[in-house]
Write a protein that binds this ligand. Structure first.
Ligand code: SAH
Ligand code: SF4
Length: 379
């Protein structure tokens, strides 16, 4: 059986072509599935009975089983989806006044292994398929519409910021993004679909050609030694290469800036000196800097990390230094932390095949206690 959630419109057109059907039939089918949330071919009354029978014999619209649903006091909803073999991934819906954002997972676990990330500590099991990525949006959108008792679109933004490194699952990611953007499916604007990456440089270049959407880059440190330690992928693609790739991406991006994410870790990357170094890099890299916005994320603690959240005063001082240097800076509001749905708290269930926890334990080279600040940094 073919899962039709695996296809973008081009793929579905090819599939329907194989059944002897014209492209407009594929568009109709695509709209039934994604715009109307239909999974039962009998519902699709404007498709010929003969086509519905052919579909029933070969294909299905297979959603992911929901293992749990948690609703936060602030309205954030977290779902845990079963992806088989003991693996489960999480998806988070974040309602705001002017938008509804869905945070989508791309892998069961993550192989990058960032120190401060709960997913990273879980290790890596496998990539999700296109259908498993799209199924998160398909389920959430139609669940939320039914709950609201309306046909109006609820999810206006998608961020690939759930479990996993999306650019290490490129082949499955791109058709999923195309489905999100397609006017016959979710019709989201490129500016409202964001891929967040820890910096897989070659894949940033490919994405700029294949499907340029908004890009967020998880920077977290202004210098290579520190970033090597926090985001191990930095040893392969150091900051200078990453910033070059950001500038190349911008030539094709739907927005004229890159969002840098910076997780604020007490005493690790949050001093006045770090702020100065960061400003220097993003303003002067390669002589011209990188047009960017800074998104500061107060660290969301989890027991195994051994790290602490920066004090609010320090986050504020860091933000002020950036703003004074002319860099647009926001501090991300923590949402859904009462249900462990905040950034970096998504752990799902991962049958680790990489012994990540052991590696993590061996690599604890950053002091676990806040570093004492020098007098000049405090000033
Ligand atoms: N793998 C991708 C996307 C998923 S993580 C990436 O790293 O960009 C989404 C964001 O949450 C990233 O910026 C990540 O660094 C941040 N994050 C991870 N763990 C966190 C934590 N414990 N507290 C706050 N932010 C965290
Ligand atoms: Fe993977 Fe992103 Fe977590 Fe790093 S922060 S371990 S890249 S999910």
């Amino acid at each position: 059986m073919t899962n039709l959630l695996d296809f973008d419109l081009e793929g579905l057109t090819a599939f329907c072509g194989g059944l002897g059907e014209k492209p407009f039939r594929a568009r109709q089918l695509f709209r039934w599935i994604h715009q109307r949330g239909a999974a039962d071919f009998d519902q699709m009354t404007d498709l010929a009975k003969s086509l519905r029978e052919k579909l029933r014999a070969r294909a299905h619209v297979a959603a992911l089983p929901v293992l749990s649903q948690n609703i936060s006091a602030d309205g954030t909803i977290k779902w845990l989806f079963d992806v088989g073999d003991g693996n489960a991934v999480e998806t988070v819906y974040i309602p705001e006044d002017d938008r509804g954002t869905l945070c989508v997972s791309s892998q069961a676990g993550c192989a990058v292994g960032c120190r401060f990330c709960s997913t990273g500590h879980q290790g890596f099991s496998r990539n999700l398929g296109t259908a498993e990525i799209v199924a998160q949006l398909w389920f959430a959108e139609h669940f939320l519409r039914r709950r609201a008792g309306s046909d109006e679109r609820v999810i206006s933004n998608v961020v690939m910021m759930g479990m996993g490194e999306p650019l290490q699952n490129y082949a499955a990611l791109v058709p999923a993004l195309r489905t999100m953007l397609d006017d016959h499916a979710y019709g989201l604007s490129r500016r409202r679909v964001t891929v967040s990456t820890s910096g897989v440089v070659p894949m940033m270049d490919r994405l700029s050609q294949d499907c340029p959407v908004a890009l967020a880059v998880s920077l977290h440190a202004p210098s290579d030694p520190l970033r090597d330690n926090l985001v191990p992928l930095n040893r392969k693609y150091p900051i200078a290469e990453l910033l070059d790739a950001c500038n190349r991406y911008l030539a094709h991006a739907p927005r004229d800036f890159i969002t840098f994410e910076y997780c604020m870790l007490d005493g690790v990357n949050d001093t006045a000196g770090h702020a100065r170094e960061l400003i220097d890099r993003v303003r002067h890299h390669a002589g011209r800097g990188v047009p960017c916005k800074l998104n500061l994320i107060p660290f969301n603690p989890f027991p195994a990390s051994g790290l602490l959240r920066s004090k609010p005063e320090r986050v504020a001082a860091f933000a002020r230094a950036l703003v004074d240097a002319g860099i647009v800076t926001t501090v991300r509001k923590t949402r859904g932390d009462d249900i462990d749905a905040a950034c970096g708290q998504l752990a799902g269930d991962v049958r680790d095949r990489t012994r990540a926890a052991e590696r993590m334990a061996r690599r604890r080279t950053i002091p676990l206690h806040p570093v004492r600040q020098t007098a000049t940094e405090e000033a």
